[in-house]
Write a protein that binds this ligand. Sequence first.
Ligand SMILES: Cc1cc2nc3c(=O)[nH]c(=O)nc-3n(C[C@H](O)[C@H](O)[C@H](O)COP(=O)(O)OP(=O)(O)OC[C@H]3O[C@@H](n4cnc5c(N)ncnc54)[C@H](O)[C@@H]3O)c2cc1C
Length: 522
Amino acid sequence: MSDAGDTFDYIVVGGGTAGCIVAARLSEDPTVTVCLVEAGPSDEHEERAGSIRRWAEMLEGEYDRDYRSVEQERGNSFIRQSRLRILGGCSTANTMISWRPLRGDLDEWAAMGVAGWAYETISPYYDRIAAPIAPVDANDQNPYVADAVAAAASALGLPPRATWNDTEFTEGAGFFEIGYDPATNLRSSTSRAYLHGVERANLTIVLEALVDTVILDAWRAVGVRTLVAGEERTLHARREVIISCGAIDSPALLMRSGIGPKPVLDAAGIDVLIELPGVGENLQDHAEGLIVWEARGERSDVCATGWDAGYALRVDEASAVPDISTHIPLHSWAVHAERYGAEIPDNHVSFAPNVAKPRSRGRVWITSSEPDAAPSIDYRAFTDATGRDERMLIEGIRLARRVAEQEPFASHLVREVFPGAHVQSDKELSEVLRATHQTVYHVSCTCRMGADGDPLAVLDSELRVRGASGLRVVDASVLPSLSALNPVGLVMTVAERAVDLIRDAAPAGPTVRHGDVVGIPQ
Ligand SMILES: Cc1cc2nc3c(=O)[nH]c(=O)nc-3n(C[C@H](O)[C@H](O)[C@H](O)COP(=O)(O)OP(=O)(O)OC[C@H]3O[C@@H](n4cnc5c(N)ncnc54)[C@H](O)[C@@H]3O)c2cc1C
């Protein structure tokens, strides 16, 4: 690539869930040039990235950053946080359970002083998402899971739902809507939906290029320094650099670039260019509890992803969004229970209740200026002052026990094996559930938007990094607070919205065209 070819109007760093959307949409305008820089390879010829039923096969494998946490004060210290380094990012290996942004979540952002993200403004952006989202097809609905859903609806008095995203709701039970094509089971990753087969002279995709730092010139982002096959390469941006590296790696990149909390940067030996104490703070995730039963009889393997259904409900009457969201998997994920000593029989089934609106706040930070060094993660799960998260974790299991007594689910069960029927008091339940909770891989909120004058806001309401110009963040890290339900629909919506914000800010008139790699290089 020539020197001239290293200059673009926009550089998007991170070709993951949000980054693919931003790069694809911006490059729809032929008068601008866009460069998407992704640390991993293309997903186009990776068979495991095709059928969504194979979602788990890439976890903890060669594309997975597989981040660990520091020792946890009140939660599980053994969580493995999957982050996929491949085009499409986590949308290339997740289960794509997708929700239209909930009004209550967006109202909460408004109450935090974030402007321009009201439900009426944001909901139409969900309809722009080009990644197909469909209710789990009748042919993919497992009969055993259907029995569990029916029992949950009647035991807990929840409205049964065949669809979710065409209405506003706070409660319900049913098969989910997921990002897939029911006819082929192909996943709706954002790479597949927005980039595969796209050939545009103004779109350059640079793969296997780890961005080390954003280059600032008098607080203006003017480019990025990358490592491609160990070689340093500089890319220049005329208009903007957009960081879309996800909730762990976006704050890490800002910190390596001299933007972040001074004590962290000092300790890592990095000069502070913009002191922003909120970078890496405010980390949120959905802590997921587990209840396992010995099962009776056989179950068929029919499914879309194996995590196709569940129920969501409020516990506190005043809540505007669900307080607990429970997944009903076909195959359990019981590694933490087994590590804790639980004996799980071969024939078993489980429910996984999530704390939907976590109040605990964690943190991510770097300890080194090396771009490939894993950032430190501290979830600080169950450290909220009022103990609400712990209460919801326990309540999720108690509600699941009620469902287990209800037909047509009860006949599938022999007995509860984890936490076990003998574990009854709040104290006992809390201890075992906190030690074994799983992540739902929904880490978010570490570069959050916030009001002017909010000392921990990293971004303004238009996703611009405070104190810098020409620099935005667009991914799961920007959320001021985590959505009650699975966030990927919201992340894609944020990306669609970001494109309008970026275009609106652009100077009028065409710019010189560059861009010398077309489509996705092999
Ligand atoms: C196993 C799993 C299952 C999940 N299931 C669901 C679900 O069913 N529903 C749901 O709502 N959510 C789900 N999630 C969460 C959801 O996938 C994420 O919230 C979402 O995809 C995050 O998108 P993102 O754009 O923030 O980051 P990502 O999609 O992670 O993208 C970040 C990209 O940046 C790249 N990158 C990072 N650092 C650099 C760098 N320095 N230089 C260049 N590139 C870089 C990465 O390689 C990656 O491609 C799941 C996640 C996982 C892991």
